[in-house]
Design a protein around this ligand. Structure first.
Ligand code: IVH
Length: 673
């Protein structure tokens, strides 16, 4: 074999191995190699392809990272329309549908498949000669948008399929954002001062409809394939149930919770089962879909008005309730934004008492015509902060008050402005105490400097006592000052000072993130740290230097530039430096790891712990140099099991990871402190 052939063979071998491990990890959820080993394979493939660009193929795993931004989406014609579903909101409506199907089929017996109705967005994936060639949104059912590059970034979307697959075919499915990923994304956006997504469906749709697919690549998206659209060149199974198994065998991610039901009773039982457990699913569902199983019976039934007669969505009741909007409060955020929130008369919705709800901005409040004193409809969805859908107009008395944003900041009294093109009102005072306090809270938080033992309350107490005016002041606190605070004993004061001291060694990326530069989230902070390797270099960078980085756009460049120009911020950095906080990446990396007792040890927590909250437990782990992971992988050292553990326990057992209970966990922490 000559050199080029050898390289070709190596590339092919690497792609096959990577695809295999991708499938194990993202589709079957049972990895066989560590993340590091996987990264090694990807790196080698990347190197070989960089040296031989002529050997790059569209289905190479390296092509998932996103392509250059597009000016607009192309249009894709759907050879067969993507239909929508009729809804049933009660058992009676479902039974009526079932009877109708029975009648239309002239009394022939038929089975049903019952599956979760995933709340995301519908897409169609077309494969030709084994390769994914087009990924499109549903659009109006006949024409959708070409989002191929974006869908390629979703790891559970196969870029190629095995030889035995039909020559040309299309599968359909729902792209969604898992609840956990959604929560993290919104937390990150909140830290960056960006508008939040209202729910996982909007977040998924917004992420797929991005002109810059590298943005999509960073969003936690997943997919369930729920149908075969059309296929050419091969006889296919005769039932939906078998088709789902067939698609799974081709490498597609199908929903493991679909069930074959032989009667209405079985269907109703499935519905009830998932109605009780919907909140336990890792993704949002808004009902169950019932489909006639036999494909020939489906064809016999046909469609009417864009809806198949052979399927129906049996919707779950919305998690809604009515209550009174007592007032609208305002929080001033870290970047000075005035964030309105609803103060509600407490009401129980789906077993949870709600007394506050999100109100995004003034425009949103007026668009929904929500007035103070109104009866309003509140809705809760999974992990999301409850939302107000709108007023109950029939209960208006005329006494309700229209809300308007104050002209002065409720905290410092400075002028409030609404910058052109922005949805949020802002306090104009950079020294506003609310902003200062929020900045300090952000500085100490997990993901930032991660100072163990300082939570929001303590930040507030220190701030109100005048002991700190900005985050850098934390490093100048003395024990006597702390002892003057309420409920602060000698031991806790010492512990606190120790944690503050420890945080001086945090890596540069953490420091950059902790500074709270608007638009710079933790991932961008990593990037900036890697590129500039020191705060001074970053502060000196011109807008052009910043824009030269592939991921940095004009908004962020402007924000970074403006941040370092502000005298107040420069003073804080000066104080951090004098206090001995590492502001340089080399030193920080050297100083950080091995010294800490839990360095290299990774924990995953599942279930409720009795001695501390989840964030506290994670903070304890990270303070000792350990890692608190969210997924059980082969790299996990211990899985800590509390009350009512989730599926992570089973996964730990499967992977043979050491499982410890809370007492053992506490012992381990104490041993190492
Ligand atoms: S079947 C003709 N199955 O619901 C069959 N759809 O309201 C139509 N959806 O546009 C699709 N989960 O985006 C089907 N398990 C599931 C689904 C599902 C979610 C969405 C799909 C469709 C919408 C119709």
């Amino acid at each position: 074999m000559n050199d080029l052939n050898r390289i070709k063979a190596r590339i092919q071998g690497l792609r096959e191995r990577i695809n295999h491990h991708n499938h194990l990890y993202y589709v079957l959820d049972s990895p066989e190699i560590s993340d590091a080993e996987y990264d090694e394979l990807m790196k080698e493939l990347g190197r070989l392809e960089a040296d031989h660009p002529e050997l790059v193929t569209p289905d190479s795993p390296t092509q998932r990272v996103g392509a250059p931004p597009a000016a607009s989406f192309g249009v894709v014609e759907h050879p067969q329309p993507l239909l929508s579903l009729a809804n049933a909101f009660s058992y009676e409506e479902l039974a009526a549908w079932h009877r109708r199907v029975g009648n239309l089929l002239g009394g022939q017996r038929f089975d049903l498949v019952c599956e979760p109705k995933i709340d995301g967005l519908a897409v169609a994936l077309t494969y030709i000669d084994g390769l994914l060639v087009t990924g499109a949104t549903r659009g109006d059912g006949y024409q959708g948008e070409d989002v191929t590059q974006n869908l390629k970034t979703i790891r559970s979307v196969p870029l190629s399929v095995p030889r035995e697959a039909p020559h040309r075919f299309e599968v359909r499915g729902e792209v969604y954002m898992p609840k956990a990923g959604f929560k993290k994304l919104n937390e990150q956006r909140a830290r960056e001062g960006l508008p939040l997504f209202a729910n996982p469906r909007n977040a998924a749709a917004g992420s797929v409809r991005q002109l810059d697919s590298s943005v999509t690549a960073r969003r936690p998206l997943d997919i369930f394939i729920y149908a075969l659209g059309w296929a050419e060149g091969q006889a296919l199974p005769g039932s939906h149930w078998e088709i789902m198994h067939y698609l799974k065998s081709l490498g597609f991610k199908t929903n493991p919770d679909i069930a074959l039901c032989r009667s209405m009773d079985e269907l109703e039982a499935q519905y009830r089962y998932w109605l009780d457990r919907r909140e336990k699913l890792s993704y949002e569902v808004d009902g169950m879909v019932a489909k006639v199983n036999s494909i020939s019976l489906q064809q016999e039934l046909g469609t009417v008005a864009h809806e198949p007669r052979w399927a129906i969505a049996y919707k779950f009741p919305a998690l809604q309730g009515n209550t009174r909007l007592v007032d609208i409060g305002i929080n001033v955020g870290r970047t000075g934004s005035l964030n309105p929130y609803a103060v509600l008369e407490p009401v129980r919705v789906g077993g949870v008492v709600i007394s506050h709800a999100a109100l995004h901005n003034e425009e949103d409040i007026h668009r929904k015509d929500i007035r103070i004193g109104d009866w309003v409809i509140v809705q809760r969805a999974g992990e999301v902060i409850p939302e107000i859908i709108g007023p109950v107009l029939s209960r208006r008395t005329g006494q309700e008050k229209v809300f308007s944003m104050p002209a002065q900041c409720p905290v410092c009294g400075s002028e409030v402005i609404k910058p052109e093109g922005e949805a949020m009102h802002r306090c104009t005072n950079a020294a506003c105490p609310a902003q200062a306090l929020e900045k300090i809270k952000h500085f100490v938080s997990r993901g930032a400097m991660d100072i163990d033992g300082i939570g929001e309350k303590l930040c507030q107490a220190l701030f109100e006592a005048g002991l700190i005016k900005d985050a850098a002041d934390l490093y100048y606190l003395e024990k006597e000052q702390l002892l003057g605070l309420e409920r602060m004993a000698d031991k806790s004061a010492v512990n606190l000072l120790n944690s503050i001291e420890k945080s001086k060694l945090r890596p540069l990326a953490r420091v950059i993130f902790a500074l709270g530069i608007p638009h710079v989230g933790d991932q961008y902070a990593e990037l900036l740290a890697e590129r500039f390797r020191g705060i001074d270099q970053l502060a000196r960078a011109s807008r052009e230097d910043l824009l030269a980085l592939p991921a940095v756009g004009p908004k962020m460049a402007e924000s970074i530039d403006a941040f370092f120009r502000q005298e107040g911020n420069r003073q804080i950095i000066g104080k951090l430096r004098s206090a001995g906080v590492r502001l340089d990446s080399k030193e920080a990396e050297e100083a950080q790891p091995e010294e800490l007792p839990l360095a290299g040890v990774e924990f995953v927590l599942t279930g409720k712990l009795e001695s501390f909250s989840r964030p506290e437990a994670e903070a304890r782990i990270t303070a000792l140099g350990g890692k608190a992971g969210s997924d059980v992988t082969r790299k996990t050292s211990y899985v800590v099991v509390g009350v009512d553990p989730g599926s992570k326990l089973a996964k730990a057992e499967r992977l043979g990871i050491e499982i410890i209970n809370e007492a053992q966990f506490l012992e381990l922490l104490n041993e190492r402190t």
